[in-house]
Structures are given as structure tokens and as C-alpha cells.
Design a protein around this ligand. Sequence first.
Ligand code: ATP
Length: 447
Amino acid sequence: KKRERNIRRMLKERLPGEIYSLLKSAGHQARDMGYQVYCVGGFVRDILLGRSNLDVDLVVEGDGIKFARALAEKLDARVREHQKFRTAVIICADGRKIDVATARLEYYEHPAALPMVELSSIKMDLYRRDFSINALAVHLNPQNMGRLVDFFGGQRDLKDKVIRVLHSLSFVEDPTRIVRAIRFEQRFGFRIGAQTEKLIKNALELNIFHQLSGSRIFHELQMIFEEDTPLPCLIRMENYGLLKHIHPMLKLSSNVKNILTETEKVINWFQLLYLEEKIDKWILYMLGLLNHINEVQAGIIMQRFNFSQKKTRHIFSLRSQINSAMSSISAWHQDQGKLSSLYFILNPLPLEGLLFLMARVQKEELRKYVSHYITHLRDIQPQISGRDLKKMGLTPGPEFGRILKELKAAQIDGVACDRQEQKEWVRQKIAEQSLQGGKEKRASGKN
Ligand code: ATP
């Protein structure tokens, strides 16, 4: 008989106190209701790997929704219920979310899950999961607290660093698992097992990707873009022929690889500097992947991904904004333009556009200017406000905006830095303008 492993002590040592006590509460609650409760999936995998993961996933043998309601009451939390799937999310006061699922036999009436009746519900629940390392559970009921449930050799595969599916139809059942296999392999430095690799190749030969909805493919791709180093995943996808299964034009030419490498560097640079500021990484990687592809084909690819019109338009508009910024900034550099002109070239670009521009410009000096814009110029605000202008005798109107814009330029160019200098600058401006009086109106914006 297999020796059972109990990881209660590990849970206590590795988890933040409040999560450990949450697991205990869940166990007590289940016992009181005559249910069994387990934590499962990535949460368990990451505890064993010693990686931080605060997304608690619970599976209940019993009524998951009733259980979630009762546990939420105990924790003073809210519940969102999904009757159709018999799942619920407990939303704690601090914003933490706990997923609760119901383990039920009827749920798995699928050809791949054969000897159904012989299996306990937690076993069935684990059997429908993607890989052995994600199919581990820990029993939480007080009597068994910490007992590791490992029906499919997950512990061994964690030790051997292998990604392995649970049965041979796994990828046919759900082709997105191919992308997931690659993602986990690269994230953990594991390798896809030999048999699993064969199954991937077979599945691809069956052309299963064609039937897969674009949104599901893109969802998995987006998860890859969220990894620390998406490029090795994309390379692996290309080597399996996966990218061209998605669309024949999706290729990692050396140009694209270079751009994606730079993109990765720029993202890391930015995230180190601005921990709090969120960026949509997928936008940058999409721009990179589509960089050498023309409008028409890029449109087809985005259609394949089921992008909404809005999303597609956003990518296209970024592409053209970036292109024109590229040429403007080169010209600006050649003409040795003022810093304020750089500001107005880059100002229309959203952050993702700026970062991609930084990855794309080849000249180091140009890249420095973009990074200078991001770190220094982007947040510059004049030291005086519209109210100050009013006090100085100006009437609100289009003139206001123009003066403030010019003032910003002056500030960026170091002509009027502090509040005092800026007030002085405005006074002078007003004087100049009244001198000009009713004469022909010249655009005051240039120089
Ligand atoms: P991550 O750290 O990326 O969040 P995770 O393992 O928690 O990894 P999720 O996508 O949140 O990944 O999925 C949670 C669990 O649900 C997985 O551990 C796995 O057991 C199961 N799962 C997710 N997607 C699939 C799938 N396509 N097929 C089978 N099981 C899946």
C-alpha cells in the first residue's frame, strides 16, 4: 500500500497565517456539513514547489454552493454563485477570492473518463485536469488535515520536473492544453514528457486547432504574454508548429525575435521602475508579433483571435501612431529639435505605444530619448493653473489651453521652471499679446 504523505507542517510553514487558518476553517465547515473539502490545482503545486501562490481553489464533495455560503458567513465574506456549474467564489472583505467547485460524478460524462462509477468524486475532479502536477489535492477536513491526494503521480513528476497529461485523449479533448503545457514547462524549467510530446504531435497532425475558438486560443496566448519570459514559450510554440497552425503568417523570423527580445527587456525595465503602474503586456507582444505583417494579414490574424472591432482598431491605431512617431523622432533628432518638440511628438501615445516604440527604435540615442520621456517628461505639469491665469487677467477660453501648452513647452525647455518664473513668463506673454493688439492674429504656438 502506498504510503500517504501529510504536508500539514509544510502548509503551516509556507503559507501566510491568514491563508492557513482559512484552510482550517474550510475543513471545519466541511466536517460540520458532512462534506469533504480539498484544496487543489496550482495552489497545491506551488506549495510543493515552494512558490508563492495565493489563489486558493477548493473542491467540495457535497454541495459546493451551500458550502461556500456557509464558509462565507463564517469569514464575513460575500459569495458569487454560478448555479449552472455548481461553483462559487467567496470574496473576502480584503478582496481575496476563494474559488469553490463541486466535485460531482455526473459532471464528467465524457468519453475519456471511462470507469466513472468506480471513482470517488475528488478523483474524477482531478482526472479532468490538465497535467499531473496540477492534479494534486490536499484534504482539509480536520481528521485528515494536510493529507496529500495524489492519484496520478503528480509528486513524482514535480520531482522529475516533467509535464505529463493524465490520459491520451487529453489534447484532443482540449487543445489549449498544448499551450498550457509549454507555458508551465518554461515557467518552471520543466520539460514536456516524451509520451506527452508524442500526443501533442499527434493532436496537431489531426489539425485540432482549427476547431478551436479564437478567443480560447488568444486567452492562452495572453497567459503566455503575462509570464516573465514569454519569448522562450513562443519559440517552443513555433518549434511545435503551433504558431503556423494558428495562422500561416505568424512566424518568429529573426526580426520578430529581435523585436520581442527588446520588448521583453523594455517591459522588465519599466516594471522595475514603476512597480505600481500596470501595463497591458499583450498589446506590446501583439504589436511585436504583427510588426512585419501587413494590414490585411494582421486583420485576418486578429479576426482569427476573435478580437472585437474596438480591440482591432486599437492595435491598428497604435501601429500607425508608432510609425509616425518613429519618423518624427528621427527627423527631430536630425534637426536637433527642442525637448518640448519631443514631448509633443510622444505625448499622444499611450504607455504601451511608448514602450513598444522604445523596443523598436534601433538607434540607442533615440531609445534614450523615449526613455527620458517616460521617466521625466511624461508627468510634467505646469506649476500654475487655470485659476492663476484668471487671476492674472486672462479670460477663460481656447487661449487658456494654448498658453498652458506653451508654458509647458517653456518648462520642458528649461525657460520657465518654478512657479515664480512661470508667472513671469505668463505676464510677459500677456504683454506681448496686448502689444500685438488687434493686428492680424498669428499662431502663437510656434516658438
Ligand atoms: P497559474 O499559476 O498560471 O494560475 P494554475 O495552475 O493555477 O496556474 P489556472 O489556469 O488558474 O492555472 O487553473 C487552475 C487549475 O485548473 C489548474 O491547476 C488545472 O488543474 C485546472 N485547469 C485549468 N485549465 C485547464 C484545462 N484547460 N484543462 C484541464 N484542467 C485545467
